[in-house]
Structure formats: C-alpha cells, structure tokens
Design a protein around this ligand. Structure first.
Ligand code: PEP
Ligand code: MG
Length: 534
C-alpha cells in the first residue's frame, strides 16, 4: 500500500478501480504529403469538431447545465476563428500535417491567451487547447477513452478540460484525483455537482491504471492498493451516505408541509449559474436569492446588458418554470471593484453600497434592470432590491424599474416580470414594513445584514460577533413584525439570510407564518425533511 497526500476539492470517501486518463500525446505526428489535401482534411475536421461541440452544447442544455452549454458554443465559434485557421493554414503551406498544424496553432493561441490581463480572455486559453485536441483526435481517428468508460472508477488525470468533464459518463464516476486543479477547476465543480469526492495535488501516474485505490477527502489522502481496514471504512461511509441521500432524494418532489398541514416553501440561494443548476436538481422550489455580484466582481469591467441577459436567461431556463429571484447589484462595503472608482469611505458598510450605489450610477443600474426584465420573457423572474432603508428609496428604485421597462418597450424588446420585492435587511425597512408592503409583491428578510445593523455589530468582525446570540430577540422581533406586515398587505415574506437554514428556529418561523426559506443548495432537502417531521 502506498499513500499520497492531496488537497480536498469535494467531500467524501471513495474506493474502487483507478482509471488513468491522459490526453493523447501528439508529438511526432506524421508530416503531410500535399498541402492542398492536408488543408482539405483540416477543413473537414473543423466542421466535424464544430458539429461535435454543438451536440455537446445541446447535451449540456438537456442536463440543465447552461454554463457548460455556453462554453461548447464558444468552442464551436473558436474552431472557425479566422486567425486560428489562418495560422493552421500557414503551417500546412509550410509543410506541416493537418494535425500537427492544429496542435501547434492550439498551443500558440493557448499561450497567447493565457498571458492576457483580461480574465475572460485568459479563460479562452484552455478552450483553444481543448479544440486543438479535438481536431487532432478527429484527424488521427482516435478512440475516445473517456466516453467509452463502462464501469465504476476513480478517475485519475493531470486535469480535465471542460469538454473532458462532460464526456465523462457521470454514473460511473466514484471520485476524482488530479495533479492540478483548484477549488474552482472544472473537475472540482463536476465533483461537487455529482456529489463525489475529489482531491488535487496528487502526482498521478499511468502505472495506477486498473489498480485498486481509495481517496478520502476528509484526510486528504489517496492510497493505492488500500488494506482491508481502509476498504471497510470506505464501505461504511458509502453505505451511510447512500442511506442518508436516498432518504433525502425521496423528498425532492414533495411539497414542504408540516404534519399538521402548514406550508412553507424551500428555495435555494445561488451565487453563480453553477449553483442555479445544482439547485434545479436539488428539489428547490425556486431560487430565492440570486446574488448577481459575481458577474461584477469577476472581470475588469462591469458586465454588459447582453452578457447579463444570457446569464439570467440561462438561470430562468435551468429552473424550468420555478421562480427566480434576481437581486439587483449589492456591491460596495466588503465587495469592492476597482473599475467603479468609488471613493474611499470611513464606514463602507454604511456607505455607498447596494441600492445607493445604483442610484449614484443609474446607467449601471438600468443596464442590469433591462437584462433582468428581458430574461423575464423566458420564465418567472422576480426582481429584488437590496438595502432599502426608506419609502423614498423604494419609490426611486421602482421609478428606475419603470424607466427600464419603457426603454425596452420603445425598442420593441420582449420582457416580462413576475414580481418585484425588496430585501428587508435594514432595521428601518423592518420598522416601516407596513408602508413598504403596499408597494411590492414580497419581502425577503436578509438576516445577515439585519443582524449586523440591528445590533450595530460588523458581520465581518469576529471580535464583536463571536459572543453574540445568533437568535437575538431584537432581530426575531423585527422578523415577526415584517412577516405580520407583509401578510396584512396580502404579500408573502421569506428569509434568505443564513438564519433561514437554522433548524432550531424552524418552529418559530412556522409559527410566525414565514412563507419561504431560501438556503444553500445542500441544505434544501435536510430542511424539507425537518419541516415534514414537524
Ligand atoms: C443578508 O444580508 O442576509 C443577505 C442574504 O444578503 P448578503 O449576505 O448577500 O448581504
Ligand atoms: Mg445583505
């Protein structure tokens, strides 16, 4: 038995046959006979790869993975990229074979893009490597070892590209071990989506292929030829996890009702499209909070209306008719971006944050509102404003929303809106909730900020939050008041802060008549189970 230490990317324990995967080695490819013929072969291969990528995009959409679908659509475009094809053509004219020319161009483009400042372009480096690889596979008539997998294995690889992750037959994967890869690598994301363990930082070797292995994300260890005691541990873990998951899975399509008939909806919080896709599969009844900031924090510039529209539309489509609450930009405080050039503030948590920033930059706000409204033409979109502290602020936000609608109308662009609501996360909003309730369709209580502002305790500062009662009565009173005022005006009220997942408070929330709890995806089914058992 030999053991290596890695880094856990996804939790769990798995044991089974190791399947070592390496992208085919393309050095020493045969040179061409005749440039005209090699170029024709390349063109045919490019058309095949384009078709393959479009088929993968279609498959990804069917599996409710719009983020992956978009990547494959980009691949279908890149394989026809003029500059890329020009480079291949030049190499072919200079005497290279089609596959060699494609491999070289892929490598050069990949290196050029990897060196770029812009995050979006840097990400294209792996895409060029990926399509060059696919071109070579087609040109060399290589068998797709990944897609041909037909038994459960631990997949060992240096790292997997996006198209490799989608070709992996998901039902046969027990776990992943990779040499490279970080928390956000494609392999890590796939592992979390599949609910299988993953380790990175393990120096994988071809000699492991076909041999028994075991990976334990709890200890971060991978061992080859594990002994009986280790295998027993893996078996016990698997049985326990299976029992728990099976029990939870049965609740996926159940309505969330207590034994005596009280109804509460369980929605999921999401901070990326990935989360939305997981939520769609988890049995969540909707997305209760889509934190759209990730779109603004990722790049060196604000996302365009079009870029946002594609993301929101994908989210709505992934949820297949279930409501999606899109929260407008909540940036500022601890979430800063350089390109907005915001002034330094003494108290950023009480500064130009969220809706206040949107009022200061109406162009930025209107771009986002139009993108959200346009996504609303594809399913039930609910728009939610964060950090509202007064009736005037709500009026201003609603005015700008009307302006965005008017802009779309005059451009003849289709849009839709199911509901509009606010986060109740300032004490002022909770106190004034009777007034605010008359102007919106719902309240979603943000207990993270509501607690911070009610108790005057910075949520980022452990020195002031450590000894605090997470169930502080002042906060609970504000929640009760907000729910009561919502109901008096005939609108619904939910909780999307972390307190919503606290099962100790569940009886109280039910007694208050809270209509919805929006929690992280892995908490959806355990929370539903808790409700059903009440
Ligand atoms: C909250 O404040 O409770 C909330 C859900 O929003 P965020 O954590 O994104 O500030
Ligand atoms: Mg908040």
């Amino acid at each position: 038995m030999k053991q290596w230490q890695g880094q856990a990317l996804a939790p769990g324990i798995a044991a089974g046959e190791v399947f070592f995967y390496r992208r085919p080695d393309r050095t020493g490819l045969p040179t061409a006979q005749e440039p005209g013929e090699e170029w024709a072969r390349f063109e045919r291969a490019a058309a095949t790869v384009r078709e393959q990528r479009l088929a993968l995009a279609q498959k990804a959409r069917e599996e409710a993975d719009p983020a992956a679908a978009e990547i494959f659509e980009i691949h279908a475009m890149l394989v026809e990229d003029e500059d890329f094809q020009e480079q291949v053509h030049e190499a072919v004219l200079a005497g290279a074979g089609a596959a060699e020319a494609a491999a070289r161009a892929g490598k050069e483009f990949s290196e050029q893009f990897a060196a770029m400042d812009d995050e979006y372009f840097r990400q294209r480096a792996v895409d060029f490597a990926d399509i060059a690889d696919a071109l070579c596979a087609v040109l060399n008539h290589e068998e797709d070892r990944l897609a041909a997998l037909d038994r459960p294995v631990i997949l060992a690889a240096e790292e997997l590209t996006p198209s490799e992750t989608i070709r992996v037959p998901r039902r046969f994967i027990l776990g992943f071990i990779t040499q490279l890869g970080s928390q956000n690598s494609h392999t890590a994301i796939l592992a979390r989506t599949l609910g299988v363990p993953a380790l990175s930082g393990v120096p994988v070797e071809p000699g492991w292929n076909g041999r028994p292995g075991m990976l334990d994300a709890g200890t971060g260890a991978f061992c080859l030829e594990p002994d009986e005691a280790q295998l027993e541990r893996a078996r016990q873990f698997a049985e326990q996890a299976k029992r728990e998951q099976c029990e939870l899975e049965r609740l996926k399509d159940r309505e969330t009702r207590t034994g005596d008939g009280r109804k509460i909806q369980i929605f999921a919080n999401a901070a990326s499209l990935e989360d939305v896709c997981n939520a769609a599969e988890s049995g969540a009844e909707g997305i209760g909070l889509f934190r759209t900031e990730f779109l603004y924090l990722a790049g060196g510039a604000a996302p365009t209306e079009e870029e946002q529209f594609l993301v929101y539309k994908s989210a709505v489509q992934a949820m297949g008719g279930r409501p999606v609450v899109l929260r407008t930009l909540d940036i500022g405080a601890d979430k800063q971006v350089d390109y907005l050039d915001l002034p330094r503030e003494e108290n950023p948590a009480m500064g130009l944050r969220a809706i206040r920033l949107c009022f200061a930059r109406p162009g930025l706000f209107l771009d986002q509102l139009r993108a959200m409204l346009r996504a609303g033409a594809f399913g039930p979109v609910r728009i939610m404003f964060p950090m509202i502290a007064s009736e005037q602020e709500l009026d201003r936000a609603l005015e700008l929303l009307e302006q965005a609608k008017e802009q779309l109308r005059s451009a003849g662009t289709a849009f839709g809106l199911d509901q509009v609501g606010i986060m109740v996360e300032t004490p002022a909003a909770a106190v004034m909730s009777d007034v605010l309730a008359k102007k919106v369709d719902f309240f979603s209580i943000g207990t993270n900020d509501l607690t911070q502002y009610t108790l005057a305790a910075d949520r980022q500062n452990p020195a002031v939050t450590a000894g605090m009662d997470p169930h502080d009565p002042a906060v609970l009173r504000l929640i009760r008041r907000t729910v009561e005022n919502a109901h008096n005006s005939g609108i619904w009220a939910g909780i999307c802060g972390e307190l919503g997942a606290d099962t100790a408070l569940l009886p109280l929330f039910l007694e208050m008549g809270v209509d919805e709890l929006s929690v992280t995806v892995p908490r959806v089914l355990p929370l539903r189970k808790a409700v059903l058992e009440m």
